[in-house]
Design a protein. Structure first.
Length: 100
């Protein structure tokens, strides 16, 4: 059985035992989370009102920062060059189960 969850403005396909990186969430490592699925698949596909009784149980594994991404800007002829960097914060969560 798998589910599609939404967190941080993105959707993720998850099943029991998966560890995924999502946008930064509040909570310490070891805290439990309950996420509402948008879709539940497996033997039968369920969506809409049928998934309102389902819940995806997850546990916070760690908080961290992703790899550095460099942004370069350049305009020819005017000697304009800029380079900046960015590291996105993330939270790694482990899917414990899909209950419903």
């Amino acid at each position: 059985m798998f589910a599609i969850i939404q967190t941080g403005g993105k959707q993720y396909r998850v099943q029991e035992g998966d560890v995924i990186r999502v946008e930064s969430l509040k909570g310490e490592a070891g805290d439990k989370l309950d996420l509402a699925p948008l879709f539940v698949g497996g033997d039968k596909a369920l969506f809409g009102d049928a998934v309102s009784k389902f819940v995806v149980n997850a546990e916070v594994v760690e908080h961290g920062r992703g790899e550095k991404i460099y942004i370069r800007k350049y305009k020819s002829g005017v000697q304009y060059r800029r380079r900046t960097g960015h590291r996105q914060d993330y939270t790694a969560i482990k899917i414990l189960g899909i209950k419903g």
